[in-house]
Design a protein around this ligand. Structure first.
Ligand code: UFG
Length: 327
């Protein structure tokens, strides 16, 4: 049986939906402490068995692993805001490293040795070349990236010492929502660019703040590689079968190779919504590299994976969700 941590979160819930769509006879276990996740994000199927628990509670995790005879973990649970991580480093080291290591202990006790891990392009830091491939040096410039790199290193060590198989998936910028409209992105507070732009379009915010306009990019604003959350979900499904056939550790970038600047994203949101989006320029946000764009050839070649959504469909699905949010 597969167990998903952070299953009630944005990417976790999209993975679960995609997984249950593909594997019609399977069930899945979702663990979430609901500090950031939403119970309603898991109400779409009765094949989801939900356990409200902290992944860092080793005893409780042992009980859950044994209850469902868990063989593989898909580990999404984490604090995931770059800006917040700079202000609250201890929270990020606790939630992302210590809690994860506590769960690893439970995995050891139960003999579970397969794990898919949500890592990030934030582990690379400032690009030395672009697009970023997996062998680019990992020198994070923010706390969030450091916590994810530390976890990758722990997995590498477990793989060598204990024969664990792991796949670390380094996401670029997760965005968009499932077309069904039943799940989507919902953070409190919201800090991600696309939902903030769309909230501004709806008049829920006065103006979109643009963090810096003197980066060394063509229009001076930061460039990111926005990837649809369902493309991330399908990569996890491909990575699950890879994990079962390759008993070692591997890392893959998940991105589209197409960078969009903050201004380009705003323009796409104007086009899709047909609404005006007021902006104001404010200073750079600490910890933001100017450009992050993926070379995802390795995932295409070894996982047989490809993306299906472009920037316009990312914004269209996010807009549909934003106007009809369920949570
Ligand atoms: N931005 C603004 N104004 C805002 C919000 C964001 O200008 O109000 C800019 C940021 O400076 C950045 C870009 O928009 O250049 C995207 O910012 P997000 O906060 O949406 O995303 P991040 O790139 O900071 O981080 C996200 C996830 C991380 C992940 C990372 C990988 O939150 O978990 O993508 O790049 F690691």
């Amino acid at each position: 049986m597969n167990l998903v941590t952070g299953g009630a979160g944005y990417i976790g819930s999209h993975f679960i939906k995609a997984f249950l769509d593909v594997f019609q006879d399977d069930n899945i276990i979702a663990v979430d402490n609901l500090t950031e996740g939403h119970a309603s994000a898991l109400s779409f199927s009765n094949r989801i068995h939900f356990e409200q628990e902290d992944i860092g509670n080793t005893e409780a995790m042992v009980r859950i692993f044994r209850k469902y005879d868990i063989k593989t973990i898909i580990h999404f649970a984490a604090s995931c805001y770059v800006g917040d991580s700079q202000i609250n480093p201890a929270k990020y080291f606790h939630n992302n490293c210590i809690q994860t290591l506590n769960m690893f202990k439970a995995m050891e006790i139960c003999g579970i040795r397969q794990i898919l891990f949500s890592s990030t392009c934030a582990t690379y830091g400032n690009p030395q070349y672009l697009p970023l491939n997996e062998v680019h040096p990992q020198q994070p410039i923010n706390v969030y990236g450091s916590t994810k790199l530390m976890t990758e290193q722990a997995l590498r060590a477990y793989s060598i010492a204990q024969g664990w198989s792991y796949v670390a998936l380094r996401y670029f910028n997760a965005s968009g929502a499932d077309e069904s409209g039943i799940i989507g992105e919902s953070h409190d507070p919201e800090t991600h660019l696309i939902p903030l732009i769309l909230k501004t379009a709806l008049g829920k915010r006065k103006a979109l703040q643009i963090f810096g306009n003197d980066y060394e990019t063509p229009d001076g604003t930061c460039i990111r590689d926005y990837i649809h959350v369902n493309d991330l979900a399908s990569a996890h499904i491909a990575a699950l079968s890879y994990l079962r056939n390759h008993p070692r550790g591997e890392s893959f970038n998940l991105g589209t190779t197409n960078g969009s600047s903050v201004l380009e994203v705003i323009n796409m949101c104007k086009k899709v919504t047909g609404l005006d989006i007021p902006v104001e320029y404010v200073p750079k946000r600490p910890g933001d590299p100017p450009v992050l764009v993926a070379n995802a050839d390795k995932a295409r070649e070894l996982l047989g994976w490809k993306t299906s959504y472009d920037m316009q469909s990312i914004v269209q699905t996010a807009w549909h969700w934003e106007q009809n949010r369920r949570y």
